[in-house]
Ligand binder design. Structure first.
Ligand code: HEC
Ligand code: HEC
Ligand code: HEC
Ligand code: HEC
Ligand code: HEC
Length: 225
């Protein structure tokens, strides 16, 4: 078939042409840069042509981050979670803008210093940019006590021995009372594993996946954080 033989030849010719053009541009650019350090408006396109040798030159440009930027462009995982009915804690908030929950502008600004479109965003929370007070505002959910009433009959949050626990209410004791969790300690909104996330919080002390103490060994304190 003729196609089979002409194609590589065409490719080779095209390659030579591109190489020649690149060489020519390099020479021209070298001269331009050499002769006029300030350059001129007509030089800009030539500089850009040379940069297209990379995949996407814009990908590595630092982004001017603001609260108005389109978050979804980079944070595809979190964005998709908002439409996933398998993650009700995310999808039931689908009507909200990212920044209605992620209100901590200065923490966000710091997290985005020098980011580019090529950077890989964190897949787990490492900084707190959601004020738990937002969840508890009267427009939204209310306090732990109010949540405790809603989940009073909930049977889904249990330890490895099957002991059921209301996730929003647990017995009062010295340790529990000095270390109260807040909404975002357990609800990492974009995570599928709410039960596991909540268990992780308790496991800071209840390390064997059991909501007991003093049963396997005498009561002793565990260093937390
Ligand atoms: C209903 C409130 C809410 C909305 C809406 C929301 N988030 Fe979150 N997001 C959270 C909470 C809570 C966390 C857990 C970390 C924390 O406490 O800051 C979190 C965590 C994150 C993280 C850290 C990594 C991770 O996946 O846990 C990123 C990134 C993030 N959100 C981006 C977004 C983007 C982008 C949008 C919009 C598409 C969005 N969020 C919408 C509440 C929300
Ligand atoms: C240009 C891409 C880009 C855009 C646009 C962007 N982000 Fe990010 N974001 C990142 C990257 C990359 C990181 C990780 C930075 C690091 O840890 O070095 C990050 C980090 C975060 C974190 C912290 C995650 C953690 O570690 O806990 C949150 C929350 C977040 N972004 C939310 C947002 C929100 C809300 C918006 C929209 C207002 C937004 N981002 C827009 C790229 C982007
Ligand atoms: C110790 C971890 C933990 C903390 C802290 C926590 N939650 Fe929860 N929450 C859970 C778990 C686990 C469930 C899921 C129970 C289930 O599987 O039905 C849940 C369920 C919910 C539900 C769904 C209730 C229903 O059945 O309709 C809402 C809404 C909620 N939490 C809001 C909050 C708010 C608001 C706060 C802060 C005031 C908060 N949670 C604090 C662990 C926690
Ligand atoms: C800061 C450490 C700490 C954290 C975090 C913690 N606990 Fe505890 N918990 C204890 C200690 C210590 C005891 C035993 C207190 C005593 O007997 O005097 C206890 C006792 C209990 C008991 C009573 C057990 C019994 O047999 O009387 C239950 C139930 C319980 N915790 C559930 C939870 C749940 C659910 C969580 C997570 C939402 C949690 N705890 C988080 C330290 C902690
Ligand atoms: C299901 C059994 C079991 C329960 C319940 C249990 N532990 Fe343990 N714990 C162990 C075992 C096994 C070890 C390791 C052997 C040892 O040090 O005795 C251990 C070790 C420890 C240690 C020393 C090492 C470490 O991991 O830090 C501390 C501190 C501790 N437990 C605290 C607690 C506290 C606090 C509770 C209740 C919140 C608790 N344990 C509940 C079984 C248990």
């Amino acid at each position: 078939m003729t196609n089979a033989t002409t194609k590589p030849t065409n490719k080779a010719l095209a390659l030579i042409a591109v190489m020649a053009l690149t060489l020519a541009l390099t020479v021209v650019l070298g001269l331009v840069v050499g002769c006029s350090p300030q350059g001129g408006s007509s030089d800009a396109p030539k500089g850009e042509t040379q940069q297209t040798e990379k995949e996407d030159p814009m990908a590595n440009q630092a982004v001017e981050w603001t609260m108005d930027i389109d978050c979804k462009t980079c944070h595809t995982t979190e964005s998709e979670s908002m439409a996933d009915t398998g993650i009700p804690q995310a999808s039931e908030h689908a009507g909200l803008e990212c920044v209605q929950c992620h209100t901590e502008e200065s923490a966000l600004k710091t997290a985005h210093e020098g980011v580019t479109y090529a950077d890989k965003p964190a897949s787990k929370p490492t900084v707190i940019t959601v004020d738990a007070e937002t969840c508890q505002s009267s427009d939204c959910h209310g306090t732990m006590e109010e949540m405790a009433a809603i989940t009073a009959d909930n049977q889904d949050f249990k330890d490895e021995k099957g002991k059921v626990q209301n996730p929003h209410d647990y017995p009062s004791n010295e340790q529990h009372d000095t270390m109260n969790p807040t909404c975002t300690d357990c609800h990492n909104i974009h995570s599928k594993n709410l039960q596991k996330d909540a268990m992780m919080w308790c496991a800071q002390c209840h390390h064997k996946g059991v909501f007991q103490c003093g049963t396997c060994h005498e009561l002793r304190e565990r260093a937390v954080q």
